[in-house]
Design a protein around this ligand. Structure first.
Ligand code: ACO
Length: 428
């Protein structure tokens, strides 16, 4: 008997099976041969919320949640945050290797060439109410781009795919800034291609009447680092959505819109906005203990705490704390930081949180930094989506070019009625 095999005895029939193990995994379809009779469908696995199911083979991002490790294409996240720009990391995620100087120049030029929005998209944005949530505006506008670029549906054409990927990455900051300015009735600012990716974003957000907007270099770099930290995170809820929708060969715009919709939920990317609401509700450092007590009694969750895969420490949270110090040296301290630090201190000592391995995640501090930089809480999840679009698209392209992938279609365990017949209305 080989070592890389799982021996199974089906106690229902006494039959024995040898199932191959590859990369620490058995194929769920290998279980189909385990039957009680020829017309039995065969054994399935039941895994709500995919707690122990691999849905793909991927060479993009590696996470070891127990050790607190996150790597993009093999590079530790802290080395990338320290040494690279966001667009450099985007190139890495999409192409598998860091760019040379010439490749980076070409890639940055490609992105800059595509930062403008079609004027009809601007008009589309104008149709929203002034107080529309920016995440709803973002999701709808990305989906609407599918009508502007109908050739995007040719998902098996590699060159066409790359064009749409570059467009999406380039246009995310422009859409975000337009959503923000729409709320205030401010004129939209066109992209300025003299500027870096994040400087240009800040320019489109905050330029008023000055002839040239000059972003604070420390804040622009901090934003770049936050974008690097959020660029990919393997098979999370929104990435799984991107892969699932893309598996039907829908175009990348509607697939990204669906992924962004998944991101908007408060248990996922929406958590950064919720953290700020929570800190507002707590109000002061003195109220932290009472708030934590309420959470332990089952009244809500501590937003920004806990993670499906990190059961040690979110490595991104550590880098974010360093970035926070740099931002606050420019903006002054955000008063909510004091409450957040006290919350972290109490929670990390408390048996409830220790026992459940609940640590601050990436969103615990990102909102406080974004607020200090001048972003409104309703924009926080959009700020998450800007860089995450890179991860979604890298994962989507990996899925499209993987010969093993098909349209995503899980099985179910049917728990409803057996066949029954419609009774006449008078008899029901
Ligand atoms: N506050 C209080 N208790 C919590 C929290 C929290 N933030 N998170 C989990 N728990 C508790 C659960 O109630 C559960 O307790 P029990 O065993 O007594 O029932 C236990 O810890 C395990 O929690 P699960 O829900 O099983 O963990 P899961 O892996 O399914 O959920 C999640 C992970 C969704 C991130 C969860 O921790 C959570 O809701 N956190 C708050 C929202 C948040 O910050 N989301 C951002 C995640 S990062 C990102 O998406 C970018």
């Amino acid at each position: 008997m080989g070592h890389n095999q799982l021996s199974i005895t089906d106690q229902r029939t006494g039959a024995q099976y040898e199932i191959p193990i590859t990369d620490g995994t058995i194929r769920a379809t290998d279980l189909k041969q385990i039957k009680t009779s020829p017309d039995d469908f065969g054994l399935m696995t039941y895994d709500p919320a995919f707690l122990n199911t691999s849905s793909c083979r991927s060479s993009i991002t590696y996470i070891d949640g127990d050790k607190g490790i996150l790597r993009y294409r093999g590079y530790p996240i802290d080395e990338l945050a320290e040494n690279c720009s966001f667009l450099e990391v985007a190139y890495l995620l999409l192409n598998g290797e860091l760019p040379s100087a010439a490749q980076l120049d070409e890639w940055v030029a490609q992105v800059k060439r595509r930062t403008m929005l079609h004027e009809t998209s601007k008009k589309f944005l104008e149709g929203f109410r002034y107080d529309a949530h920016p995440m709803g505006m973002l999701i709808s506008t990305i989906a609407a781009l599918s009508t502007v670029y109908p050739e995007a549906k040719n998902v098996h054409d590699a060159a066409n795919r790359r064009k749409q990927i570059t467009r999406l990455i380039a246009k995310m900051p422009t859409i975000t800034a337009y959503c923000y300015r729409h709320h205030f009735g401010l004129p939209y600012i066109y992209p300025d291609n003299d500027l870096s990716f994040t400087e240009n974003f800040m320019n489109m957000m905050w330029k008023m009447l000055e002839p040239k907007y000059v972003a604070n270099p420390i804040l622009a770099r901090a934003l770049d680092i936050l974008f690097i930290l959020h660029a990919d995170h393997e098979q999370n809820c929104s990435t799984n959505t991107m892969r699932a929708v893309g598996s039907s060969q829908a175009d990348p715009y509607v697939s990204v819109a669906a992924a962004a919709a998944a991101l908007s939920g408060p248990l996922h990317g929406g958590a950064n906005e919720e953290v700020l609401h929570m800190l507002d509700v707590i109000g002061s450092k003195d109220n932290v203990s009472a708030y934590v007590k309420k959470v332990k009694e089952g009244h809500g969750k501590l937003m920004g705490f806990g993670h499906r895969v990190y059961k040690n420490y979110d490595p991104r949270a550590r880098i974010i704390k360093r970035t926070a110090d740099e931002v606050f040296s420019v903006t002054g301290l955000n008063p909510k930081l004091e409450i957040a630090k006290e919350l972290e201190r109490i929670a990390l000592e408390d048996e409830y949180f220790v026992k459940r391995k609940l640590y601050p995640n990436v969103d615990f501090y990102s909102g406080i930094i974004y607020e200090a930089m001048g972003f409104r809480p309703s924009l926080f999840t959009v700020l998450f989506a800007i860089p995450r679009v890179v991860g979604w698209l890298a994962q989507w392209e990996e899925m499209i070019t993987d010969p093993e992938q098909k349209i995503a279609r899980p099985r179910q365990i049917y728990t409803g009625h057996d066949e029954r017949h419609v009774m006449a209305m008078a008899e029901r």
